[in-house]
Design a protein around this ligand. Sequence first.
Ligand code: NAP
Ligand code: ZN
Length: 351
Amino acid sequence: MSNAKAYSAASATSPLASDTIERRDLTEQDVQIEILFCGVCHSDLHMVRNEWSVAPTVYPIVPGHEIVGRITQVGSAVTKFKPGDLAGVGCMVDSDGTCPQCKAGLEQFCPNMTLTYNSPDKHLDGVTYGGYSDSIVVDQRFVLRVPSNLDLAGVAPLLCAGITTYSPLRHHGVTKGKKVGVVGLGGLGHMGVKFAHALGAHVIVFTTSPDKKEDALRLGADEVVVSRNLDEMQQHVNSFDFILDTVAANHDINAYLNLLRLDGNITLVGAPPKPLEVAAFSLIMGRRNLSGSNIGGIAETQEMLDFCGEHNITADVEVIPIQQVNEAYDRLLKSDVKYRFSIDMASLKSE
Ligand code: NAP
Ligand code: ZN
């Protein structure tokens, strides 16, 4: 075992603070990664504050599942990487590899999937620790290749915000000629806009923050609707093929269901802690579909990263030292992020 520097939270009400954790010795399939940047996902905040009753938090928690770094060591059977290579790790670090979902490349739905943090650790006592740390040891099957032409601070968020938006857009056939909505212009939302635009769709952003309008257009939106303006909303009734809802807090989903055309689909990727109320008539009228989506499989995550390499897509990031992570969480709650915080892990050296 080796020690790693990290930031952890000791309880739902404690701030994140400097800590030392253990990482396992490499098995033959493992790689060790020096973490260079880690994105700050709103899921980190939900988990640190124990907001999801379906996934109670075990403390101390070391969050972080948007990891990019450089391989420092490889196990004897590793063929995919060598020391010095760039590497990415997202929300998962293991799965059983034998269930139908794993065989279909949908590891994110494996009943025995291991999350990057706060899942029972198969190798060490306790739970897995995530990317707010200077290093991590991961099975090569769950490590992604990173295109060499992209800015690394902006690559880190692709590992969760990127794949979580890319996957449902692809699954629901978003392409040229489709009218696509993205609700919420935060970490996930701004990636959803970039991907939907790159796929050729007509993209409309729904935001509660009128001051994000210009940014939305710059990021690739064709139109912007301030969702609190009912007149603006009304103009789009019965017209969308697909809407991606990335909102992290309680909101009125019926207002968006009513904007879908016949057989249209709205997919929730945002995960508000409390249930949303759905009016039956919002679905019945127009045979509309309400669905959800969870990150994406490993092969699809690689496809997304390669797509980003080809199209020069990264997240728009505000790079912060880890010492500012608690402040970043406060700003996330105010929808004040443009559009993802990316932690420069070199800042951990001074701890
Ligand atoms: P984020 O950066 O905080 O963005 C969320 C955005 O939602 C905000 O920027 C804001 O955009 C909008 N919003 C916030 N409060 C709102 C409210 N009360 N009403 C309406 N809109 C509101 O969060 P994120 O990192 O993108 O994550 C978003 C959600 O996705 C979180 O719940 C997270 O846990 C979840 N998530 C799910 C998956 C998955 O696999 N399904 C993966 C990652 C994250 P505007 O200012 O534009 O209104
Ligand atoms: Zn995430």
